[in-house]
Every structure is written in structure tokens, then in C-alpha cells.
Design a binder for this molecule. Sequence first.
Ligand code: FES
Length: 253
Amino acid sequence: MSKRLTDMRIVSRRHLRGGMWVLDLESADGSALPPILPGQFAQVKIEGTLLRRPISICDVLSPTTLRMLVRPVGDATRRLCEAPEGSVFNLLLPLGNGFELPAAGAKTLLVGGGVGCAPLSMLCRLLLEAGAEVTVAIGARTEADIDGLPELYNGAEVAVSTDDGSAGLHGLVTELPVFGRTYDMIYVCGPTPMMKAVARIARRSDTPCVVSLENMMACGLGACLCCVEKTVRGNVCVCTEGPVFDITELTWQ
Ligand code: FES
């Protein structure tokens, strides 16, 4: 799939109570975006930084517009989130492999936490459009961290857990009753302990499961090796071979 450098203008920005931002960006010259798969990401050039920042593509809203869910974790991502509408950023996209869709009618479970909820949004939409049954499980620390997230999964059944019990189930996301059902496919993106816990459940029930890894990235192009993950076929770059991996490829216990 061809990558492209494209200038994109922020057309809408919304601060979520948990600290993340929803940014909608439109192609600055009105040209159509290249084909983008759910789970792929962009490298965003932010003025004043040498390295681009990898940001998941949350959804493609129109042929020229995409959505990102961003947690400001440093000066660069804070400048991106706080840039006024109309600001233009250069994006290299699409990067990574992305999620594959299952056969029509499949029963699917999507499990997300934090910015890991982002790539599951476009996946959810495409699964629903393809006639799949979609259940979404979101885990968070507290009610504020859930703000804005269920809306990313319009049309799907959404279950929520929080560590402090301020919204949804009081406990871990894997304790949600939806984990008691059978699925044809489980998709996960979020903190590594959460992904490993879901992977263990999937293994026990022999359910196919893929995870989108959030390893630290710099170049996004397979050049710097800072995103390497150990797999059953050796060390691989998450930015080029992933970020989506079948759990049978990983060496997780
Ligand atoms: Fe540089 Fe993956 S981010 S090799």
C-alpha cells in the first residue's frame, strides 16, 4: 500500500475529560486520502521536533477527512492537541499492516483501553458495515477516562469497566460478563498488561485473537529498530510488520 506525505488541516478538536483529544483533520489541498485500513497509523510532523510522532488513525470520516484520538504525553503531542483549528500538519500515511476483517456474520469482541480505543473505532464501523456482530469492552481507571469513547462505537454493544467503580463494572475489563460469551474473533488494543490478559483468555477458549501493539516508535519506517518485538519468527519491527499481530506470533505467556 503506497505511503504518502500529505498536509492536513485541523477542522475540529475536542478535549475529553480523561485528557485525550479527538482531532479531525482534512486534506489541506482537498485531495483524496490514500486507502487506509483500520489499525494503520500516521507519522505526524510537529514543528520543533526532529522525529515525527506515530498516531493511530481512529477513523476515516470522508474521502478527505480522518479522525485521530491523541493523548498528550509530551511537549510535541501537547502542541498537536492544543493547535487551533486551521493549523496544518504534515502526515506520512498510511503506515503499518492494520486489521483484517473476518467473514460476514462473525461474532467479534473488541477490547480497548486509553488511546488503544482509537484504531478499534474504524474497525468497529467496518465490521458493522460488513454485517458482523460487534461487542466492545472498554477498560479505564475512572469515569472521566471513559468520556467520549463509547461514541466511537456507534451501533455496537459497549460494555465499560473502571478500576474505581465510578462507571460500569468495578474491576478489570476482563471481568466484564461479555467475556463469558463465545466469539469468532477478538481484537485488542491498549496497555500491554490488558492485552496479555485478554490474550490468555483467548488462548484458553481457542478463540482467534489479534492485538495492536503500542511499542515505542521513532522512524515508523523500519530504520531505527526502536520498536522491535520478539516473535516466534525472531525480532521484528512493529512499525513495518505490525502493529497488528496474531497472538500466536508473539512470545507472550
Ligand atoms: Fe523505527 Fe520501527 S519505529 S524501526
